[in-house]
Design a protein around this ligand. Sequence first.
Ligand SMILES: *Cc1c(COP(=O)(O)O)cnc(C)c1O
Length: 369
Amino acid sequence: MSLYDELELPRVINACATVTFLGGSRMPPEVLAAMHDAAQNFVNIPELQRKLGEKIAAMTHNEAAYIATGAAAGIVLAIAACMTHDNPTARAMLPQTDGLRNEVLLFKSHNIGYAFAVRQTGAKMVLLGDGEQVTAAELEGAINDKTAAFIWFQGTFCGRGDLPLPEVIEICQARGVPVLIDAAAQLPPVENFWNFTQLGATAAIFSGGKDLRGPQASGLVVGKRWLIEAIRPLGNPNAGIGRPMKVGKEEMAGLYAAVKRYLALDHAARRERDERAVADWCAAFNQLPGVSAQRSFPNEAGQPLPRCEVIIGAGARLSHDGTLLALRAGTPSIETGGAVGRTSFHLNPMTLSDEECKIVEERIVTLLA
Ligand SMILES: *Cc1c(COP(=O)(O)O)cnc(C)c1O
């Protein structure tokens, strides 16, 4: 009997995405094995962090890398490093930042919930633009001697008229302002391990617990050596701003195994499998009265993977909301990328086994036939 059964928590089929509220992703055997192995013995934690960082950096074509407890933790550490560099007095002050370079620039359209991680360090956020548009002049004008960093949140929320990333990097580089990329959900494509940093970003920050399928409480910062060196004293075992986001030997080992696996993965075959799942869903659901289904691309995070959009019309056996609630209430419970009150919902195959794709299909057909 599994723990979830013992607790009488319903088994969930996650047809939503790699979302934290459903547990993000499932660790493959090699990741579990690496964590199990690491858990058996003691090791010098800073040395483990350094060695794995060197390996991950080499594998991902970066100068340096640091394993954190998540992308959000990576943002905290990277922003704090940009304010403190190699200054121990500044490190000890945080989150008090008076007298430090403590302004972090970001576009207003990027001011999503995860930007909280920026403020958590004591940094002041300076929002640029109106949420739809930012010009080069606005960015130029915002840079001053208090500017600690620019942070770019990559996702489908980015404003249409926002200055493109290459130009942001060019302007910031010319003024000596580090550029950090929140790329938490930007794998795939696997090339994003190096795309952002090769473009000139100081660091890119990834979630370990999303499509990478590392431990849920893991994340990765890759980029310039000076930044990673400035992060080290902020993180555990040192007491400081990063100490409450302690990364264990198990998370480090698991993340390393996950990165290795991801680099070796047949991403084309995986994409084809997801395409097939979406095509099968569309074919099945388009037979149902009042229902239409179509491929939707890219997905909600902007990843180059397909989803199935299901539109429940007036002639359907259940309403849109009724369908979502019935899927959730069934056994196992099925969570979609939908919300009550909308007109369509998405099914995402990226977190599903073939068997689960079939269960989702059969349940929807049974409900709506
Ligand atoms: C998921 C996500 C995060 C947080 O990642 P964690 O690894 O869960 O801390 C941050 N930013 C964006 C854009 C995300 O999608």
